[in-house]
Design a protein around this ligand. Structure first.
Ligand code: GLN
Length: 464
């Protein structure tokens, strides 16, 4: 028997725990579970020796602070949930455990996943792994910084409008948002339920494929989860066909697009043409409507979902409140952050009787148009390629005076979100100053198999 395997999972966990300690200044983790992770590593090592270990044996996973894990704290990085302990375990977390993954801790994020900077957390901002005066992106910023800094193998995040793809791009790693409904949302703290997608952050496509394989599939706990069959993604990672690729002219001509990001995207498109793939520029005038549509939908759904944090049912309550009305207003005024309150107010406005049709109903209609246009396009093309983010990592405080600047970070990611399509961000080189650039690939609904295989091809044949 190979006794070195026994030491391996435990050794890896200990190495990660030590690095988490060394890199505390990143502020990537909110809670770690050292004894539990070590204990589990010993068990998994044993199962590996016996040849009985699951698909994710020894994979060390971090969880964005939105995933419920029984008897562990979860706060959505909000003061309103301080001290809250989960009474259930999210289906996704159960599935990881069932395949012998090791959970190392909960990671910092923007409060209730609202943000693109990770500055909206009650625990403070997360630092970018390359320079602490820069941001990792958000809202899954702690998870992206942790994976990029080698503090865990992979992380579970959520992507509602780009929250896994954009921080992955800024931190130089992989971020996969599967098709809406591919992974159960049961036990994940909600932001905007028609958009929220459990997503994966990883350094290699293979790890990403294994994670998706373990996580995907129908779940009675989430009636939007899909019963589409789940392929063995990690066994189908080779891509030998000539791909038909579309890219949007409007995306590359957008004034917000950074010159270096544009140059790297064009270089990749050119290389793909040289490699014999068909690369076609298409007009997609609906691009400019995707962001306003997303903003109306996420605030509307977010305001409805967050109504449950009323100072009574969950977490904290304002101590000075006397009447029921005061309990609601003081708790929410004192314990929710500025960005969350902004979204609740906007959402309440777009859902109000007088404006409902002008905003919410209209946004639903535009969403449908975008979804149909994307689906039609993907009948002709295998993939749509575009930058993940218009810029590379931003400095701390850059968007503080103007929330619109932060919303613009989602310019290219929300297309796949409102369409429910699978999309991935993979590294696409660095700027001259060394900042990572992300390339986004959008695929057909429920065809993560092709998306992952083609991404693997891009990673092997590109500058990433
Ligand atoms: N940055 C986007 C927002 O602020 C996306 C958030 C998300 O995907 N959770 O809404």
């Amino acid at each position: 028997m190979d006794t070195t395997t026994h030491a391996s999972c435990l050794h890896k966990v200990n190495t990660y725990l030590q690095r988490i300690e060394e890199k505390k200044a990143l502020n990537a983790f909110i809670h770690t579970y050292p004894e539990e992770a070590q204990q589990r590593a010993i068990e998994v090592d044993k199962r590996m020796e016996e040849g009985k270990a699951g698909l994710l044996a020894g994979m060390v996973v971090g969880l964005k602070d939105l995933f419920c894990y029984e008897n562990h704290p979860v706060t959505a990085s909000s003061a309103i949930l301080e001290g809250f302990i989960s009474q259930i375990t999210a289906t996704s977390v159960q599935r990881l455990l069932a395949q012998d993954a090791i959970l190392i801790g909960h990671q910092n994020c923007d409060e209730f996943a609202m943000g693109a900077s990770n500055e909206h957390s009650v625990y403070g901002a997360v630092a970018h792994p390359l320079d602490p005066s820069y941001l990792p992106g958000g809202s899954s910023g702690g998870s992206a910084a942790a994976v990029a800094s080698n503090l865990c193998d992979v992380a579970l995040g959520t992507d509602t409008g780009g929250s896994v793809r954009q921080p992955a791009a800024w931190c130089g790693i992989i971020g996969l948002k599967p098709t809406y409904g591919r992974i159960s949302r049961y036990g994940v703290i909600e932001f905007a339920s028609s958009l929220d997608t459990v997503s994966i952050l990883a350094r290699e496509i293979e790890a990403c494929a294994k994670m998706l394989e373990a996580l995907a599939g129908v779940d009675p706990g989430d009636n939007t989860s899909s019963s589409q069959p789940v392929p063995a993604y990690h066994q189908h990672l080779s891509w030998n066909k000539k791909a038909r690729i579309a890219y949007f002219k409007e995306a590359l001509d957008h004034p917000a697009l950074d010159e270096e990001v544009k140059a790297h995207t064009l270089k990749t498109l050119k290389r793909l043409t040289q490699q014999g793939h068909t690369v076609t520029p298409v007009n997609f005038p609906l691009l400019e409507y995707a962001l306003p549509t997303y903003l109306i939908l996420n605030t509307a759904e977010g305001s409805a979902n967050l109504a449950r944090y009323d100072g009574i049912r969950y977490g904290q309550r304002s101590s000075k409140a006397q009447t029921l009305d005061e309990v609601y207003t003081q708790t929410r005024t004192q314990l929710l952050g500025k960005e969350v309150k902004r979204r609740i107010l906007l959402g309440t406005f777009v859902l109000s009787a007088r404006y409902y049709d002008a905003y919410y109903t209209r946004a639903q209609k535009v969403r449908r148009r975008i979804k149909e246009a994307m689906e039609t396009l993907l009948e002709t093309y295998d993939f749509v390629l575009l930058p993940t983010s218009a810029t590379t990592a931003m400095r701390r405080g850059h968007t503080q005076d103007d929330p619109i600047k932060e919303y613009l970070c989602d310019l290219y990611t929300v297309i796949a979100s409102v369409s429910g399509l699978p999309a991935i961000s993979i590294p696409n080189g660095n700027t001259e100053a060394g900042w990572p650039i992300g390339l986004q690939v959008i695929g057909k609904a429920f065809d993560e198999k092709s998306l992952l295989a083609f991404s693997q091809y891009l990673m092997k044949n590109g500058e990433s």
